[in-house]
Write a protein that binds this ligand. Structure first.
Ligand SMILES: [Zn+2]
Ligand SMILES: [Zn+2]
Length: 468
């Protein structure tokens, strides 16, 4: 049947994230008769109702499928809640994301159960271990780069209103994907979290280069210009040198990181430093949750598109493992590196507890290596000058910052320059900017409007239905 150029598929969009921020990321997309949800995150810092996406906005709609871009908390953290609200929805993600997501959600049940006591949040846990197990059984594991119908069939029929999706490697963390939705006369591409540069383990994203009608794009680094002359190799050298001088000073070094992604990147980098004999022998410490994710990186090494495909981190970098108890009394000794989560140093996490043992001592160092919300404990500490007071945990007294603090740029997110270049290559009719703090999305909006005058650049206000 010849296609009818007058007809066009209607696309609707609702930003279900409660504010313009990197929070409980979630988006409703309607394409023709298909109603979908992209990602279902949990806010990394807020608690209770405020930690959830605004699912009430779409409560009366029948959701056909929920697609998950990757297994970071801010993208998958409330998936069991969404599955309870939309029991008929098919849940689709990459196999690696299913494997990591299962571990993450079980850990989240433990964290919420503890928080119920600590902060008196009576709605916690939002779901139970049994519910996570049952949810996990219902997830449909998909391969990369295969066109699949939204009904889950590998060879989609050529129905007039057939909709397909395809996962593209996003180069951000293990199992991260961009999601391309193709309707008969419209394409919608959601970047998820993306990196267009190689990291130590992850290779740069391989995204669609075809023309895209609607691009839903992350903006994490929109408010940071790429520093002139920055290269990852140069930054690695700078880190090795900083570790060397810290060791000479008799320091132990804490590096707060996300358990998934940044931990494995850092441990691989430290392994390289040892191999290259850039530093004297040093022990590495990581947390229990991080070690579970590292096991998955190792198990999947041979089937992942990555650098150092033969490197088995747990065996060859051989990190020691700390838990909630041992992190309180592990001796703070010179020449040790603690690569601990959480990256934002949320109270009661390993990095927060350990940092409180270091910050009043000028001998020791804390190195920041990635994104932290400016109001999170990591953001506060990073921006505090030496000698100022910081309260890393509201339940504990503030402390004077006397330790050495340094910052390095090993972001798992694309530079804003690379995001703009990508948008220029696929020249979308509409660009929706998501997953960024207000200054970040604002810079992206101004810059993209200037570079792509024919594109409609939109900041989707939370909860507002857009007709695209
Ligand atoms: Zn992410
Ligand atoms: Zn994210």
């Amino acid at each position: 049947m010849p296609c009818n150029h007058n007809s066009s598929t209607v696309v609707k969009f609702i930003n279900l994230t409660r504010r313009t921020e990197i929070g409980a990321n979630s988006y409703y997309v309607e394409i023709g008769r298909h109603r979908l949800v992209l990602d279902c995150g949990m806010h990394p810092k807020n608690t209770g109702e405020d930690a959830l996406p605004n699912l009430k906005t779409i409560a009366d709609r029948e959701i056909e499928a929920i697609l998950i871009s990757h297994a970071h908390q801010d993208h998958i953290g409330t998936l069991p809640v969404a599955m309870r609200r939309f029991p008929g929805a098919r849940v689709l993600m990459l196999e690696a994301t299913a494997e990591v997501g299962n571990v993450l959600l079980h850990n989240s049940v433990n964290v919420m159960t503890r928080q119920r006591e600590e902060i008196g949040e009576m709605s916690y846990p939002l779901f139970t271990h049994r519910e996570v197990d049952r949810a996990w059984e219902r997830w449909r594991r998909c391969p990369l780069r295969q066109r699949i119908s939204i009904a889950g069939e590998r060879t989609p029929q050529r129905e007039r209103d057939a909709l397909t999706f395809e996962f593209f490697d996003a180069g951000h963390v293990l199992g991260s994907a961009g999601i391309l939705l193709r309707a008969e006369d419209k394409t919608v591409f959601y970047t998820g979290d993306v990196n267009f540069d190689d990291q130590t383990i992850m290779q740069s994203a391989l995204f669609p280069e075809e023309r895209i009608d609607i691009l839903i794009m992350e903006c994490t680094r929109g408010d940071h210009a790429k520093p002139p002359g920055w290269t990852r190799a140069g930054e690695e050298r700078r880190l090795a040198e900083a570790l060397g001088s810290a060791f000479e000073r008799g320091a132990c070094v804490l590096i707060p990181v996300f358990a998934l992604g940044k931990t494995q990147e850092l441990v691989a980098m430290l392994y390289k430093f040892r191999r290259q004999r850039l530093l004297p022998e040093f022990p590495i410490y990581i947390g229990g949750l991080s070690s579970k994710f590292t096991d998955i990186y190792d198990r999947r090494a041979h089937m992942t598109r990555r650098q150092l495909p033969r490197l088995q981190l747990m065996r060859e970098a051989a990190p020691f493992i700390l838990n909630d108890e041992t992190v309180r009394d592990a001796p703070v000794r010179a020449g040790r590196i603690y690569v601990l989560s959480s990256g934002m140093m949320i109270p009661k996490t390993l990095s927060n507890v350990f940092a409180r043992r270091l910050i009043e001592n000028p001998q020791h160092s804390i190195f920041f290596v990635g994104y932290a919300n400016p109001e999170s404990p990591a953001g506060l500490l990073r921006d505090a000058g030496r000698g100022s007071e910081v309260a890393l945990d509201p339940d504990k007294p503030a402390q004077r910052v006397l330790c050495n603090i340094e910052q390095f740029q090993f972001s798992a997110h694309g530079t804003r320059e690379a995001l703009v270049e990508y948008a220029k290559r696929v020249s979308p009719k509409k660009i929706l900017l998501v997953h960024g703090d207000p200054p970040a999305v604002e810079w992206m909006r101004t810059t993209l409007s200037a570079h792509l005058p024919a594109s409609d650049v939109i900041l989707p206000a939370p909860g507002m239905e857009l007709d695209l």
